[in-house]
Design a protein around this ligand. Structure first.
Ligand code: GLU
Length: 506
């Protein structure tokens, strides 16, 4: 029987969570859902020098906003905690010691300055990329080269040391990645990575492998940048005598022009956010987030899902449940996925259009400075949503539904207001007065009759009518707008507008 699916998202709290990180979390979430598995979050904070306060909260809040909460993690619970590596600190050392005992790892006593010297000498001899590896370790100060009693003395006298992986010489490591297929790396190209540091903390590699084992992780789904570490991780599993989880390394997210990785540092430089939520740096800088820009999490998630995956059909709009249903790692591509800010807006637009007016009305209410009855808000959303990308657009584009025009589009007046227009408008105003049932259908009937009686085309009257009532030249159906505003308001606005035009003509 196959093992239960348990996957984890393992971010390091070194800053705000980048969009690429959210995508990794999302794919883990979808994979778990699809396979009746468990989705876990583990905070990898063993590198204390890179710890950024607030980052963990930011990560959790981002996942909550996206609706992809794990079922095990810090503050959530679960049988495999703690889920923050610094709180598990004590448990890693025995694992590192075990590897030393089994001759898979060794103590290295070289001080940072000794290593610096060796590196410098190598550089001068034309070897700029010196590594601590299966060849160089034979000439360095470690438990493989020093006599046993000297090693014991150094350990007893609390001399600082690290524990390094004893990389086997000239072995092809073959691992099968679900997305990339067979990956083969010769160990001669790998160095003796530090597993346990002199500060008493494990490195990422050791803690990651030990925790994946202890937390019974079945599939490691993570970004491509971790692929070079996978052979080392594979060898660590082997050294411990543990089964290796399956690996799936996700494609990189690329900049819109395909030129390089979309990185945290891109911030807002390229004209769009790369973070889910706003992030304020300690230096007072702001990196903007999709949430604060007005994106709905459903649209953001839908867009992210397509960065590296496709359902194999033409369907593009998916709810989270539908994504979980359709998702499979087989359809994740190897090639880097180009981020497309326009497509991101498109997803948001589609999402806005499919959201019921009643729901949009609730969001709109929060943005409005004044109170409006619920059915008015719903109606505003119905009228404006086809023209909006964000809820805030409903307000900025359709402000005339809430208050009288603050001005009148001067270009339209100069280009479209003919000498006879003012008289047409007075005539139309008289007809409006006569309309009994002031709804869109009746207004339209009256309008057509008016055109006929004057023998003029629609263009000569509709645009000026719109201008007087809304101040602008574009918007939803004019009869809908008039009906929404009501007879008296339309009359008042027309009179105001005509007065204004009159005053500018003089
Ligand atoms: N802590 C690593 C990171 O920050 C996790 C890599 C992994 O998933 O193994 O991305």
């Amino acid at each position: 029987m196959a093992l239960p699916v348990r996957v984890r998202f393992a971010p390091s709290p070194t800053g705000p969570l980048h969009m690429g990180g959210v995508r990794t979390a999302l794919y883990n979430y979808l994979f778990a859902k699809k396979n009746n598995g468990t989705f876990i979050i583990r905070i990898e904070d063993t590198d204390q020098t890179r710890f950024v306060p607030g980052a963990q909260d930011y990560i959790m809040e981002s996942m909550k906003w996206c609706g992809i909460m794990p079922t095990e993690g810090p503050g959530i619970g679960g049988d495999f905690g703690p889920y923050v590596q610094s709180e598990r600190k004590e448990l890693y050392k025995p694992f590192a010691e075990q590897l030393v005992q089994d001759e898979k790892a060794y103590y290295a006593f070289d001080t940072p300055s000794e290593l610096e010297n060796v590196r410098e000498q190598a550089k001068q001899m034309g070897m700029p990329n010196w590594q601590y590896n299966s060849i160089t370790r034979t000439t360095l100060r470690n438990s493989l080269t020093l006599p046993a009693d000297e090693v014991k003395r150094l350990l007893d006298s609390n001399e600082p040391y690290v524990i390094r992986m004893k990389m086997p010489r000239n072995r092809d490591v073959r691992l099968n990645d679900i997305i990339r297929g067979w990956v083969v790396v010769n160990t001669n190209n790998l160095d003796d990575k530090v597993l346990f540091k002199s500060d008493g903390m494990p490195t990422y590699h050791l803690a990651n492998v030990v925790d994946d084992y202890l937390m019974k992780i079945s599939h490691v789904i993570r970004g491509e940048e971790w692929l070079p570490s996978a052979p080392l991780h594979y060898l660590l599993y082997e050294a411990f005598g543990w089964d290796c989880p399956e690996f799936a390394h996700l494609p990189l997210l690329l900049r819109p022009d395909g030129n390089g990785k979309l990185s945290k540092r891109d911030g807002d430089r390229l004209g769009f956010p790369v973070f889910p939520l706003d992030w304020h740096t300690a230096e007072g800088e702001l990196y903007s987030g999709y949430r604060e820009k007005g994106y709905h999490p459903e649209a953001f998630i839908n867009m992210l899902a397509f960065l590296g995956w496709n359902p194999g059909t033409t369907q593009e709009i998916f709810s989270l449940e539908q994504l979980a249903e359709a998702f499979s790692l087989d359809r994740v591509s190897k090639a880097g996925a180009k981020f497309d800010p326009d497509k991101t807006k498109w997803f948001q637009q589609q999402y806005l259009r499919s959201t019921p007016d009643v729901e949009l009305a609730q969001e709109l209410e929060r943005l409005l400075p004044t109170e409006l009855p619920q059915e008015r808000l719903v109606e505003i959303c119905r009228l404006m949503k086809e023209r909006a990308t964000f809820v805030s657009d409903i307000l900025s584009e359709g402000n005339y539904l809430v208050e009288r025009p603050q001005g009148y589009d001067a270009e339209i007046i100069s280009k479209k207001w003919k000498p006879e227009t003012t008289e047409f408008m007075h005539g139309w105003l008289q007809e409006i007065e006569k309309i009994q049932e002031f709804n869109a259908a009746e207004i339209e009937i009256a309008f057509k009759a008016f055109l006929e009686s004057r023998g003029v085309g629609i263009g000569a009257v509709l645009l000026p009518f719109r201008l007087l009532v809304t101040g602008v030249g574009m918007g939803p159906g004019m009869f809908d707008i008039a009906s929404f505003l009501g007879k008296q308001e339309v009359i008042d606005r027309m009179n105001d507008g005509l007065k204004f035009i009159d005053s500018t003509a003089k």
